[in-house]
Design a protein around this ligand. Structure first.
Ligand code: SF4
Length: 166
């Protein structure tokens, strides 16, 4: 999708609204996971929050710190701002290690609370609904027009756009 002038500004704002909402949905899912754990053990719930914070920083360092638009038009708003306090990295293509640095912490954050969530079905449903909606919203709105030209998800979107034009 090509934006210019006012259209570009509106496109960025629209993406950032969706980006912020999907980011907050992800945070809410984590809070629900934490609440499910806390009903069995407060200490484990605190441990989960520490794991989330640590994994979040690894994800931001691996992925967002190399993003060319992290300071200008971060689609999810908050991650781009947090990168300002992290060590600087060269903007450019992601390596295999960067992808692993994104995927492994993400899987840990999602898998960790499942044992406690399955014991509380409403919590489990809410957790997965929030994650699925956040991912769908990101993929269908936020990724489109994102200026992070090194992100593979954006490449897939561009490929779909090109196919539609043909
Ligand atoms: S646009 Fe995406 S990759 Fe870039 S800083 Fe924001 S969340 Fe991270």
């Amino acid at each position: 999708m090509v934006y210019d002038g006012k259209e570009k500004e509106n496109g960025v704002m629209n993406r950032q609204q969706h980006g912020l909402i999907s980011f907050l949905m992800g945070c809410l899912a984590i809070i629900i996971g934490c609440a499910a754990i806390a009903q069995s053990s407060i200490l484990l719930a605190i441990l989960y929050l520490c794991i989330v914070a640590f994994c979040g920083l690894i994800i931001l360092y691996s992925y967002c710190c190399k993003c060319p638009c992290r300071l200008t038009s971060c689609a999810h708003l908050i991650p781009g701002k947090i990168t300002t306090v992290l060590p600087r990295r060269m903007i450019g293509k992601y390596s295999l290690v960067d992808f692993i640095g994104f995927a492994v912490p993400m899987i840990i954050v999602i898998i960790f609370p499942q044992y406690w969530l399955v014991k509380k079905v409403p919590y489990l449903v809410a957790f997965w609904l929030l994650i699925i909606i956040a991912v769908a919203d990101s993929y269908s709105v936020v990724c489109i027009g994102c200026e992070n030209r090194y992100c593979p998800l954006r490449e897939i979107e561009l490929g779909i756009e090109e196919e539609k034009k043909e």
